[in-house]
Design a protein around this ligand. Structure first.
Ligand SMILES: [Zn+2]
Length: 277
């Protein structure tokens, strides 16, 4: 019997989760969307896969950030499956992984796996893949929230989208890679593409909907304004002012550290922060 693919979200406990990944259960197999970050959560996702008693067919990656590929080793667990992404995502992960190791090892210790698994199968913009009753089409966005982003659309009606981090589900956002202009352009590119009742399965929080494009744009613009208006003659004060402003915009602490990690890089990119500080 053929039905709609079933979407399973991980970690199963959504409250307080850092990052999401998904298993899409088809008639006879399972397709994973991203792989979480930590050893323990990706191992729990693997256990969730095994409970379904269907083989893992492929992994599809939504972008190049380590909180979405770091768990691939535990998730794939030696299965010989394609891990699929545009070439730009594949190249970015290979290029940046050593730098991510330097940042993430002290933060996550043994929870950041020592032997990472990288995507191994490129796909071109607009190409689609069919696994039984599930069709996935990739959108090659290029730089956006990360240095290379690639949402996946499930189904020809385009009502189900694995959007990666193009929209955060009302959590603080990471802007340190400096592609916010492209991110804003991509928001306008994607805004009218999907039907009004589309469901966006996102990397952090969610699910989101097309109504959330406006919120995401406001978050990015508020952050850029806050960095631009801060008094960078005193970097500590400037930084505190940006944090305070963003907490007024969004009162949650969720992923606040990602926003805080973004302040100096964006100030430097805007030419506000000089080498002397
Ligand atoms: Zn993320």
């Amino acid at each position: 019997m053929t039905g709609e693919p079933i979407i399973h979200r991980f970690p199963r406990r959504h409250e307080g989760a850092f990052v999401n990944a998904y298993l899409v259960e088809t008639d006879s197999g399972v397709v994973a969307i991203d792989g979480l970050l930590t050893v323990s959560e990706s191992r729990a996702m693997r256990a969730g896969l095994e409970e379904l008693r269907k083989p893992l067919l492929a992994v599809l990656l939504t972008h190049s950030h380590p909180d979405h590929y770091g768990g691939l080793t535990e998730l794939v667990a030696g299965d010989d499956v394609p891990i699929i992404a545009p070439q730009g995502v594949i190249d970015t992960i290979a290029r940046d992984d050593e730098a991510k190791e330097q940042i993430l090892r002290p933060m996550f210790r043994d929870e950041w796996v020592s032997k990472r698994t990288f995507p191994n199968t490129p796909i071109r913009d607009g190409e689609s893949l069919t696994f039984d009753n599930a069709d996935f089409r990739v959108i090659d966005l290029g730089p956006s929230e990360s240095p290379y982003d690639s949402p996946w659309v499930l189904g020809r009606d385009e009502r189900t989208v694995f959007l990666g981090d193009q929209i955060y589900g009302r959590k603080h956002c990471f802007l340190a890679d400096g592609f916010h202009e492209r991110w804003l352009e991509n928001i306008e590119l994607l805004r009218d593409r999907f039907p009004g009742d589309a469901v966006f399965h996102v990397g952090h929080g969610g699910p989101a909907s097309p109504a959330d494009w406006d919120w995401q744009r406001s978050y990015i613009e508020t952050f850029l304004d806050a960095v631009g208006r801060a008094d960078w003659s005193n970097p500590d004060t400037a930084r505190a002012a940006v944090v305070a402003e963003m907490k007024r915009f969004l009162s949650t602490d969720d992923l606040q550290f990602l926003m805080e990690l973004s302040i100096e890089p964006v100030a430097a990119e805007l030419g506000l922060l000089h080498a002397s500080v």
